[in-house]
Design a protein around this ligand. Structure first.
Ligand SMILES: [Fe+2]
Ligand SMILES: [Fe+2]
Length: 184
């Protein structure tokens, strides 16, 4: 499917706020793709599509996972919304016909993962630095992202993990694995 078609699907499926977020992420994906020599079209596509499953109801997510043989891990069981990454990736593969690399990027976009390639890292970072975000570190992370994508991934992981610790929330093992890999 073309970018315009997928953008239209996203517009129909998502709230105005989430659709705007997706557009902002696609925009940041484009900026980073140019810097890191990644095909711009691919980067924009994963950006606009990455949260396509984010607003599914919890029951709908469980149902989708069951029907499409998506494994739900221990952490996801307690935090069903995390599944939007795996389900979104599945939708992108089956309905939008994304290639393997793009599917893997979408799978990794929420927690981070070991062995993320450059496209996955770009999406992970772009998700955090769109115009819709308004944290105080925004400009700082944007400038890191343009110079060193690994440092930007680490920075964002650390922010997320710190926040989850403060709020006494579960931390997905994939985030820890991703972080350790970047530090090793
Ligand atoms: Fe997401
Ligand atoms: Fe997102």
């Amino acid at each position: 499917m073309t970018y315009q078609q997928i953008e239209q699907v996203a517009k129909n499926k998502l709230s105005e706020k989430r659709f705007y977020h997706s557009q902002c992420v696609a925009e940041q994906c484009e900026v980073l793709a140019k810097i890191y020599n990644v095909p711009i079209e691919k980067a924009k596509l994963v950006g606009i599509a990455h949260d396509i499953a984010k607003e599914m109801e919890k029951e709908e997510m469980k149902q989708y996972a069951k029907e499409n043989a998506i494994e739900i891990d221990e952490i996801e069981k307690h935090h069903i919304k995390l599944l939007h990454a795996k389900i979104g990736a599945d939708i992108c593969k089956k309905q939008f016909l994304f290639d393997e690399q793009m599917v893997r990027a979408i799978e990794a976009h929420t927690t981070g993962k070991k062995e993320m390639d450059i496209l996955a890292k770009i999406l992970f970072v772009a998700d955090a630095i769109g115009d819709d975000r308004n944290w105080e570190d925004l400009e700082e992370i944007r400038s890191i992202a343009k110079k060193d994508i690994n440092s930007a991934v680490l920075y964002i992981l650390d922010l997320n993990i710190k926040e989850r610790i403060e709020k006494k929330k579960l931390i997905h093992i994939d985030s820890i694995d991703c972080r350790n890999e970047l530090l090793m």
